[in-house]
Design a protein around this ligand. Structure first.
Ligand code: FES
Length: 671
């Protein structure tokens, strides 16, 4: 009779094992990550699995709970004292007695809380850089005078197969006291980031210590977002966000770089500010989860290049001008204490690599999360901020660039513009026949022409218009014929509608008369045209590099992308023509990527390798950029057709291109 066949889900790894082998041992042999802190003593409860019952025809397995050993004394004791959810077994105690399909429950599901639909939720297989290892160390013996630390090493090698173990120097003096406090039983936190790299004891507790956390943090120019995650279960224990306090030194990236250049203490002040904010968030997530700071043993940080440098205490001046040299582009690893993060004194930190001088570790993390390089279709990934980070690629080749979109999409430089916040107009529709608008504001459910709007709005008030609202209104103005494809507001319509008002030599579209008056001016349209042209020209340049005339799928990362309607973004010509169903907002993809790198060190190698292979394009050096920019000033574009969009939306008739014409405007925003 052949050995039973065991299939692990969700990894799909399988193998045959002799009857009586523990399920944990089988998982280990197949390289399936199942957590274990107590080393199989049935005391930590971290090694839980579930048996899937049934006939799995594809795998030729009939799996049943009868094919696993009944609960033994140790497992029953654990169940009595700590409790086991129905159907769960301790894999260190349960042995294989027949064919099995074993489910390793993955408690982490990223994106569940954000805009993403359930269908695309993913689980992250765990393989963290930190492991907790409980050991029982031999007591000292006068006849074998091996030091306490050395006997600890022997025990870790015996039970956990660590051959070479370093130890943080700060712990050396504490080993004796901790061993005695634990009556020779201790839990060591071992940091091992690479399969072929060193393993280091970074923390030590008396007895069984059964919790370890990590933080995943995305430092954006505007907001900082953090997750606190159990490294043992993968569960997100708490999440929090805060405004980046560096805003007081400058709204956008370049003004912060200038601040450093103009003020001798500028770099230091901004580093202190962002680290304080990060520490504040650590406090917040710990309080929310009821966790101890000293249980935080690992952290992953991402950010755009300027944020990355300032957080690490590096002068970002070189990023302010060509050749935009990063002080360090590769991934970095060090102790959390070295950058003033208050966690366990032995806690480690990993910072994802930056892609290029304007395409940072945040873009690398979003790339890791969305994985254009993991699939065959041509995927466009854009993160729109004051600087758009753009990645385009598939498994064969990936290219990246950034484009200086400026702050218009965030509501700056727009007369009624504001950041996305309650009271901001976020959705706008314009009736092409009457030119009358209807809109929705953040924090108020009904649209402006629906019952209950006035009452609901009274509590919030209308304060301005945010990025998604600006995109919709300008796209709507184009669809309604209020602006031409060149972006000029048609003053002749003033005869038809009181919404079109004269404004000196140009015209405006009046959205709201009072409380407060909100109008879209000709200058507003120009500001959005400049921003969208910069983004589109960057995208188009990457498409040229890839030799493609269309993309298969588009992912919008970041807060901005979560709120914009793909249809209106495409009408505006912000993104290239694509099947609308293939345009998706992916929320904080950079934060998701940081989470992946935190929970699975293999993802660190994956993104390091990917970033090395990504071809970096510097738009400032590309001779075609200017022409692409000029073409992209038109709505949706002077040169490119949008057949897929046109099949779903009635676009105004296009002006025929005169021979040799490619738009006449010059200029554009340069860094
Ligand atoms: Fe600790 Fe199974 S490994 S309970």
């Amino acid at each position: 009779m052949s050995d039973p066949l065991v299939l692990f889900m969700p990894s799909g790894k399988r193998g045959r094992f002799a009857r009586g082998t523990t399920v944990l041992e089988a998982a280990r042999q197949l390289g399936v990550y199942v957590e274990s802190v107590c080393g199989g003593r049935a005391t930590c409860g971290r090694c839980q699995i579930e048996v899937q019952e049934g006939h799995f025809a594809k795998h030729k397995i009939v799996s049943s709970n009868d094919h696993i050993s009944p609960k033994g004394a140790k497992e029953e004791r654990y169940e009595r004292v700590r409790g086991l959810p129905a159907g769960r077994r301790l894999s260190c105690s349960a042995t294989i007695e027949g064919d099995l399909v074993v489910d390793v429950p993955q408690d982490v599901v990223i994106n569940a809380q954000v805009v993403r639909k359930k269908a695309s939720d993913r689980v992250i297989a765990r393989n963290p850089a930190i492991r907790l290892c409980y050991v029982e160390v031999d007591e000292p013996d006068m006849h074998a005078p091996l030091g306490d630390l050395d006997r600890l090493r022997v025990a870790l090698q015996r039970d956990w197969r660590y051959d070479r173990l370093d130890i943080d120097f700060a712990l050396v003096g504490q080993v004796q006291a901790i061993l005695r406090a634990g009556k020779w039983a201790v839990t060591a936190a071992i940091h091992k980031d690479r399969d072929d790299g060193p393993a280091t004891i970074v923390a030590l507790w008396p007895g069984l210590h059964n919790e370890a956390f990590g933080i995943a943090c995305d430092i954006g120019s505007t907001t900082i977002a953090m997750h606190l995650v159990s490294l043992l279960s993968g569960r997100i224990a708490a999440s929090a966000g805060a405004q980046n306090p560096q805003i007081r030194f400058g709204e956008d990236l370049m003004s912060r770089v200038s601040y450093v250049m103009m003020n001798p203490d500028g770099r230091e002040a901004m580093t202190v500010a962002v680290r304080q904010a990060v520490n504040g968030l650590v406090d917040k997530v710990c309080a929310e989860a009821g966790a101890e700071r000293t249980d935080i043993l690992d952290g992953v940080f991402v950010g755009n290049p300027v944020m990355h440098h300032l957080f690490l205490g590096i002068d970002p001046t070189e990023l302010g001008g060509a050749p935009f040299a990063l002080a360090a582009s590769g991934a970095l690893a060090f102790k959390a204490s070295e950058i003033g993060i208050a966690a366990n004194p032995g806690a480690r930190v990993y910072v994802l690599p930056c892609i290029a001088g304007h395409v940072g570790a945040d873009a690398a993390a979003a790339t890791l999360s969305e994985g254009p390089y993991r699939q065959d279709r041509m995927m466009l990934l854009v993160d729109v901020g004051t600087n758009a980070e753009i990645v385009l690629g598939n498994a064969a080749r990936t290219v990246a660039c950034s484009s200086p979109t400026g702050p218009a999409f965030e509501g700056a430089e727009i007369s009624g513009g504001q950041r996305a916040a309650p009271g901001a107009i976020e959705r706008v529709r314009i009736d092409p026949a009457t030119l009358e608008p209807r809109f929705r504001i953040i924090g108020v459910e009904p649209w402006s022409d629906e019952p209950g709007f006035a009452e609901a709005m009274a509590a919030v008030g209308v304060t301005g218009i945010c990025g998604s609202g600006i995109i919709e209104i300008i796209a709507g103005m184009y669809l309604a014929g209020i602006i031409s494809e060149d972006g000029v507001i048609d003053g002749s319509l003033a005869a038809r509608s009181p919404r079109i008002v004269e404004n000196g030599r140009t015209f405006s579209y009046l959205l709201r008369e009072d409380g407060p008056r909100i109008a879209v001016t000709q200058n507003d349209v120009r500001a959005i045209q400049l921003a969208k042209a910069a983004l589109y020209a960057g995208v188009k340049l990457l498409m040229q590099k890839q030799g493609v005339s269309e993309v298969d799928t588009i992912r919008f990362a970041g807060a901005f992308g979560s709120f914009i309607d793909p249809k209106y973004a495409m009408v505006l010509g912000l993104i290239p023509d694509c099947d609308l169903a293939e345009v998706k907002a992916v929320g904080n993809a950079a934060g998701d990527g940081a989470l992946m790198a935190l929970l699975n060190r293999d993802h660190r190698r994956e993104i390091e390798d990917t970033v090395r292979r990504i071809e970096k394009i510097e738009t400032a050096l590309e001779p075609d950029f200017q022409q692409l920019f000029v073409n992209a000033m038109a709505l949706p574009n002077k040169a490119d057709p949008f057949p897929k969009l046109a099949s779903q939306v009635t676009l105004p008739p296009r002006k025929a291109l005169a021979e040799g014409e490619s738009g006449g405007r010059r200029g554009g925003r340069r860094r």
